[in-house]
Design a protein around this ligand. Structure first.
Ligand SMILES: CCCCCCC/C=C/C(=O)SCCNC(=O)CCNC(=O)[C@H](O)C(C)(C)COP(=O)(O)OP(=O)(O)OC[C@H]1O[C@@H](n2cnc3c(N)ncnc32)[C@H](O)[C@@H]1OP(=O)(O)O
Length: 325
């Protein structure tokens, strides 16, 4: 198992050096794959933190390519001993005077809607729309198995990361988007009622895997998770805060600065004691998946291949397509 993980890491790192590129920008360092931009802050030799920005238009769905690039980026950061904290956030279109970094013109058009006067109005931001439905629909069992292995890998690496991870949730965060957030040590969400977060799998006719359920239970408690999972609840910020899916809700333009200031407090704790504590809290949950990874992959591939499940996903995709008036 350890050998397999090391071999997989070597492959990912080799792919990373092919895919990645480094640039120096105003003293800060950054590297970017096509779908993940990483910026590091802090002077050389000192503790630095990194901001990982998702840019997989139109909705930051967790496609196989995105998952691969995400894991490559995370691995690079884990191997950089000067980095102690990482912030996960979305680089997608934002409103107001914030920048539009990732979008092509066509995507911008897609990410906008017209008001009654025909003017383009930007739509709400998206942290991540979750797993890519097109990776789970209309493919073959071998593809489903490959995809699920990548999903597991991302979750394990985030959940067990020795880094301090924080999410700056600047948009909608359903299902796999919520997964990204709840693997983090701390979550800060923008106070915008249009943004919701939660595990809504049951609304799609599918079921969250046991390890994601365990992560949810560990975050919000058994009773709240039982109710929210069955109903597929997507919580607006105030409710997400109340139930504990997120730790703080702040005005949208303060999400980044607030996350930086909370990160500074966490980084004041000695790494070794914080890391050992994190492992103590999380190891049993992660081990539960590690000891049955292959069975979980086979279970997913056969579940998602069922005609009834494919039909549910088809209906959900059609609903998404036709919701635009
Ligand atoms: C043992 C079995 C275990 C199975 C476990 C499986 C666990 C699954 C976890 C998941 O993550 S499933 C995915 C759940 N995600 C969602 O339900 C989100 C669906 N999307 C939305 O609600 C909205 O798109 C949005 C994120 C709120 C954004 O809304 P907006 O109005 O801004 O954009 P749209 O016009 O809806 O979407 C644009 C474009 O993107 C496509 N799309 C949206 N979400 C996904 C997705 N998750 N995967 C792939 N594609 C997605 C959408 O269809 C549109 O496509 P086009 O019509 O423009 O081609």
């Amino acid at each position: 198992m350890a050998m397999a993980l090391r071999a997989a890491s070597r492959v990912l790192l080799r792919a990373g050096s092919r895919l990645g590129r480094r640039e120096a920008v105003d003293g800060a360092r950054r590297f970017a794959n096509k779908r993940v931009l990483v910026e590091t802050e802090g002077a050389a030799g000192a503790t630095r933190i990194a901001v990982m920005k998702f840019r997989n238009p139109p909705v930051n769905s967790l496609s196989l390519d995105f998952l691969t690039e995400f894991v490559i980026s995370l691995e690079k950061l884990e191997n950089d001993k000067s980095i102690r904290g990482v912030i996960l956030t979305s680089d997608s279109l934002k409103r107001g005077n914030q920048t539009k970094v990732a979008a092509t013109e066509k995507t911008e058009e897609k990410r906008a809607t017209r008001d009654h006067g025909g003017r383009l109005q930007e739509r709400p931001g998206i942290f991540s729309a979750g797993l890519d439905l097109l990776e789970m629909y209309g493919r073959n069992p071998a593809h489903y198995a490959e995809y699920w292995k990548a999903v597991q890998e991302l979750w394990l690496r985030l959940y067990l990361s020795s880094l301090t991870l924080m999410s700056a949730i600047n948009g909608a965060s359903p299902a796999g988007g919520c997964l990204l957030a709840i693997t983090c040590d701390y979550r800060i969400m923008a106070d915008n009622p249009k943004y919701t977060i939660g595990l809504n799998e049951s609304l799609l006719g599918i079921v969250a895997p046991f390890w994601l359920k365990d992560n949810y239970v560990n975050t919000i408690g058994h009773r709240a998770a039982e109710r929210a999972l069955q109903l597929g609840t997507l919580f607006p910020p105030a409710e997400a805060l109340k139930v504990g899916v997120v730790d703080e809700v702040v005005p949208e333009d303060q999400v980044h600065s607030k996350t930086l200031s909370v990160m500074a407090k966490w980084l004041a704790i000695p790494d070794h004691s914080r890391q050992l504590t994190k492992t103590m809290m999380r190891k049993a949950t992660a081990d539960n998946l590690i000891k049955q990874r292959e069975a979980d992959i086979q279970n997913f591939a056969s579940f998602i291949s069922r005609d009834s499940i494919q039909k549910s996903l088809h209906m959900y995709l059609e609903k998404l397509k036709h919701k635009k008036g």
